[in-house]
Design a protein around this ligand. Structure first.
Ligand code: NOJ
Length: 539
């Protein structure tokens, strides 16, 4: 371990791995992954080299949105295990020098949460204002035009108390009223509960949704809406999300985290770069890592990606630590977006950029989106907008561990069907294959950890064109690395007119190049990427 890395914190030097717990490993044959299952696979994660594990929600929940509808913030859903299992898990994670990040969903609860049951019981219940209740418009319609992300109006009529409540997601997920001081205190107490149990951080669900316009003004029509888009995108959510007051809430959460040692929070935020970076907070007292989803949202084109990296680097506030993501449980998998060959290049990009990378479970073996027949669709987003191919199920299928029945995921019937190709694409086979995606990921992670320039070094753009992008990473006093990535399927030629250097290819997506000594004229095959250690340089 080099000294320079000691100046950085674990969430800066580490690699995060996201587990979707229903789909990672089942231990009791009910076809749904659980905490004991995760325990069983911790050695795998340690072998892979990841430093922190983020687990999507494991709390008690009616599962209307697969755990993102929480009915008890301080328990564990029996499907996943018990608090004892959780304590054991955290202990075992820590024993392996890894960290555990919990998913926290503070924007909304389940409609079965006792807070909401009380709130909806009468207009004068003390918890009435914990949620967003409003009278109908004079014509009886909803208070404003806000839409639900999952389709339809964002308002649900309550017969009994004759008011509407707001839900940014399902009607089973009523939004909390974060302007209410008791709500703030209640959620900070939830955070305390888990911090005291030893969790190292939180991934905060839909951070940018947490507080709404005080006047609840109508959102404007989106002039760029097209029919294939989700119905939610018909309006621009300028009054229902990203309100200035959200930063005060984030600051309060941060203050609590800072009262413990070495804890952190990641904010889930889908906003353009200039808005995103405001979530680092004034004086860096906001989220440690506002999730940067550009590699998910942008077209996979070298010039576009290169420009976005620089825009992001340029927009980061002083001391704002970057982060990068290729996939998560809400998005099509990288393999299905760019193809299996290009997914190797994407892995190299993710693990050589400056900033904390987050890997979505299964991406390390090149899992792809699995077609789920209509009658098997489970995701409410897919069910509510059936003609738009928006179901998130395809990216949530069971982890493919080996070629045995049900891929080693369960001894029962998996809750979502497995990829038909699991006998060819699985951890066990790929562990033995030096050219596999898994070994590519593992070697990239190892290299990133060993080389201070790749862990914490500066990022400098070198060049980009329609096919390729190139940049260097360098930490003072350590070897410099040049990374060249061909984001196209055709050969490309790196031939910068003003540079001269020699170097050695230390890693390549196609290993034939590894070990070769190169100068500034480098030809790459389609879908090829290389990491070059610079030995002699004008670079
Ligand atoms: C974002 C989560 O990632 C997604 O899975 C969920 O459906 C919504 N938030 C609502 O909680």
């Amino acid at each position: 371990m080099s000294e320079i890395k000691n100046d950085y914190l674990w969430w800066q030097t580490g690699v995060v791995y996201q587990i979707y717990p229903r789909s990672f490993q089942d231990s009791n044959g009910d076809g749904i992954g659980d905490l004991q299952g995760i325990l069983k696979r911790l050695d795998y994660l340690q072998w892979l080299g990841v430093d922190a594990v983020w687990i999507s929600p494991i709390y008690p929940s009616p599962m209307a949105d697969f755990g993102y509808d929480i009915s008890d913030y301080i328990g564990i859903h029996p499907l996943f295990g018990s608090l004892d299992d959780f304590d054991r898990l955290i202990q075992e994670v820590h024993a392996r020098k890894m960290k555990l990040i919990l998913d926290l969903v503070p924007n909304h609860t389940s409609d079965q949460h006792p807070w909401f049951l009380e709130s909806r019981s009468s207009r004068d219940n003390p918890k009435r204002d914990w949620y967003i209740w409003k009278n109908p418009r004079p014509d009886g319609g909803p208070p404003n035009n806000w839409l639900s992300v999952f389709g339809g109006s964002g308002w649900e009529w309550d017969e009994k108390t004759e008011q509407y409540y707001y839900h940014a997601f399902l009607k089973e997920q009523p939004d909390l009223n974060w302007r209410h001081p008791e709500v703030q205190q209640a959620m900070l107490n939830v955070m305390r509960f888990w911090l005291d149990r030893g969790v190292d951080g939180f991934r905060i669900d839909v951070m940018w949704h947490m507080i709404k316009d005080l006047q609840l003004r109508d959102n404007p029509v989106n002039p760029d809406y097209q029919n294939h888009m989700a119905t939610y995108e018909q309006l621009l959510p300028v009054y229902s999300t990203d309100q200035p007051e959200v930063h005060e809430i984030v600051q309060k959460m941060r203050k609590l985290l800072d009262s413990y040692s070495d804890r952190m929070m990641i904010g889930e935020i889908y906003l353009p770069i200039q808005k995103l970076v405001t979530y680092y907070g004034i004086d860096g007292k906001g989220a440690h890592l506002p999730f940067n989803f550009q590699l998910i949202s942008l077209p996979w084109e070298a010039k576009v990606i290169a420009a976005a990296i620089d825009q992001y680097e340029g927009a980061l506030p002083a001391n704002g630590w970057p982060n990068w993501v290729l996939g998560n449980h809400d998005q099509p998998r990288i393999t299905s977006r760019v193809g299996i060959q290009q997914a190797r290049v994407a892995a190299m990009l993710l693990l050589t950029l400056r900033g904390t990378p987050t890997i979505y479970y299964g991406d390390e073996i090149g899992m792809r989106d699995v077609p789920i027949p209509f009658q098997e669709v489970q995701d409410p987003q897919g069910l509510n907008m059936p003609d738009k191919n928006l179901s998130r199920d395809p990216a949530r299928t069971p982890m493919q561990w080996d070629a045995s029945l049900q891929a080693g995921f369960t001894e029962g019937k998996p809750w979502l069907r497995l990829d038909r190709a699991f006998q060819r694409t699985n951890v066990q086979l790929q562990k033995e294959d030096p050219y596999s995606m898994l070994l590519l990921y593992k070697r990239l992670i190892d290299l990133r950890h060993i080389e201070p320039s790749l862990t914490v070094g500066d990022y400098t753009p070198v060049c980009s064109d329609n096919q390729m992008l190139a940049f260097t990473r360098h930490a003072e006093g350590h070897p410099k690395f040049l990374i060249i990535l061909n984001l196209s399927h055709r050969p490309c030629y790196f031939k910068p007119s003003t540079l001269t250097f020699t170097g050695t290819v230390v890693m390549a997506t196609s290993p034939e190049l590894e070990g070769s000594v190169v100068d500034e004229n480098i030809s790459l095959s389609g879908d090829e990427g290389v990491i070059i250690r610079i030995t002699d340089t004008g670079l």
